[in-house]
Design a protein around this ligand. Structure first.
Ligand code: FE2
Length: 360
């Protein structure tokens, strides 16, 4: 009998292929993406996964199966579990010292895991999401995204710790925003937006009561909605006043918000978020923007894409974030690093109609 899994489940035993290759270690909290990958297998009560071959496709080898669950996947999932402790810092009864202790410890845990990741690491945002509760999950996402960027550009550990803290605490001022505004299931009115925007200053006020958080982190909390072109808030400061942390956090913050599902909007894909943010490029530090998106996975495993010739393929290897390996319905694999074809877009009826309108 095949075991059934759902997002949030914690594995009580390792899941391995029938040849003993470890797919996911026990203790891992399953993400939505992991569950969707596991659906391709029949998994018995011993945790042994047998592939369910799709009709008409060549069987997938053990090598390919294990490539879908890399060591880094498991580590990133472990980090994403930090959402549980971050929930506490938004509780009404938490004082700045208690918040600081949790943020400090959680940031240390996040950095310890991230510095252990193998080489420069691409991020698939869906792998980070273990909770539907936006404010908590968003803080963890931003912390991880910012710290990963810091690692990928070679920042020392001290800076990574502060980046992780700034990510966890950047929206801490929302603790003092009325819940009916914070959790409103529809779009905010103009008056409510004004109130919501006070969270940067409220967060800074909370942070000033913290003893061990550096002034750079406190400034990042205050200035994470400021923009390079001077169009941000609360003070529309000159870019010369923007530190490295807020330059990084502001990009991670907006990317994460765009790709998150909210009651009033569907989640955007990473490609769509990249397009929208590129249109607003003057708002961001250009060098950090480029480094950030260099490591964001545009094409999740098993998603479908349209290539420049209009054919539809499935992503089977996305270690190269922009030039993945794809497989067609006959099981043929194409490596886009050695092909003249490129990804035209993530498959949807609208994207196919767009391709057809340009190739009619
Ligand atoms: Fe914010």
């Amino acid at each position: 009998m095949s075991m059934i899994f759902k997002p949030g489940d914690i594995l009580s035993k390792d899941i391995r292929t029938d040849k003993g290759i470890l797919l996911i270690p026990h203790g891992t909290r399953l993400t939505v993406d992991m569950v969707s990958k596991l659906k391709k297998f029949s998994i018995n009560e011993m945790g042994i996964a047998s592939e369910r071959p799709p009709v008409g496709l060549n069987p997938i080898s053990d090598h390919n199966i294990s490539a879908q669950f890399t060591n880094n996947d498991a580590k990133l999932t472990k980090i994403a579990e930090k959402v549980e402790s971050v929930k506490q810092i938004f509780a009404d009864n938490m004082n700045p010292k208690e918040i600081e202790t949790i943020a400090y410890d959680t940031a240390s845990d996040i950095v310890e895991e991230i510095v252990e990741l193998d080489g420069e690491t691409n991020i698939c945002i869906n792998d980070l999401r273990t909770s539907d509760e936006y404010t908590y999950q968003h803080s963890v996402d931003v912390s991880i995204l910012a710290t990963m960027l810091g690692k990928n550009i070679g920042l020392p550990k001290k800076y990574l710790s502060e980046l992780a803290q700034a990510g966890l605490l950047h929206d801490i001022g929302k603790q003092r925003i009325p819940k009916e505004i914070l959790n409103k299931p529809t779009r905010l009115t103009d008056d409510e937006i004004v109130i919501m925007r006070t969270h940067s200053i409220l967060g800074y006020e909370i942070a000033t009561k913290m003893q061990h958080i550096s002034n750079d982190v406190k400034r990042a909390i205050l200035q994470h909605h400021e923009k390079i072109d001077g169009s941000g808030y609360p003070y529309a400061v000159d870019p010369s006043e923007l530190g490295l942390y807020e330059r990084i956090i502001s990009i991670a913050d907006i990317y994460d918000a765009l790709t998150h599902k909210r009651c009033y909007k569907p989640p955007l894909t990473s490609v769509e978020a990249f397009g929208i943010m590129t249109d607003e490029l003057s708002a961001f530090d250009r060098n950090i923007f480029v480094e950030f998106f260099k490591h964001i996975t545009f094409y999740p495993l098993n998603s479908k894409v349209i290539l420049t010739d209009g054919s539809v393929w499935t992503i089977v290897d996305n270690k190269n974030a922009r030039l993945p390996k794809v497989m067609d319905e006959y099981g043929r694999v194409l490596d886009l690093t050695t092909s003249n074809l490129k990804v035209y877009g993530v498959y949807s009826d609208a994207m196919m109609a767009k391709w057809q309108s340009f190739h009619a």
